[in-house]
Write a protein that binds this ligand. Structure first.
Ligand SMILES: [Cu+2]
Length: 117
């Protein structure tokens, strides 16, 4: 019996290591938490793994909570980008939900600031 227990434990350990390879945000433009002098025309998010475009999305809201993203996000490989319709100074929040090709869902959010002192 012991012979069968050990391989299944090894498989479980390997499975949990592989599960760490989710699509996490690698970097964004504008940079996470940054202040930019002029408003970007789009937000671009690059992940650590390729995305399933049908199940990945991004929303951008202004300081009042109003949506300022425009049109469908464009997804290519590990990058998702969306156009912005507001170019006013202020703080914007980016919320993303993605499904990576390993079928794991991840989500997160960050802000960036346009203009300012
Ligand atoms: Cu994963």
């Amino acid at each position: 019996m012991r012979k069968f227990v050990i391989p299944s434990l090894l498989f479980a350990a390997f499975g949990s290591i592989a599960a760490h390879a989710h699509a996490f945000l690698d970097h964004a433009s504008p940079l996470v938490g940054s202040t930019v002098a002029s408003a970007p025309r789009e937000v671009s998010l690059t992940f650590t793994q390729n995305l399933e475009s049908a199940f990945s999305s991004v929303q951008v809201t202004d300081a009042n909570g109003a949506r300022v993203d425009q049109g469908k996000p464009q997804i290519s490989g590990n990058t998702m980008r969306v156009s912005l319709k507001s170019h006013s100074p202020g703080t914007y929040r980016v919320r993303w939900h993605v499904l990576s090709v390993d079928t794991h869902k991840t989500e997160g959010n960050f802000t960036f600031h346009v203009g300012g002192p």
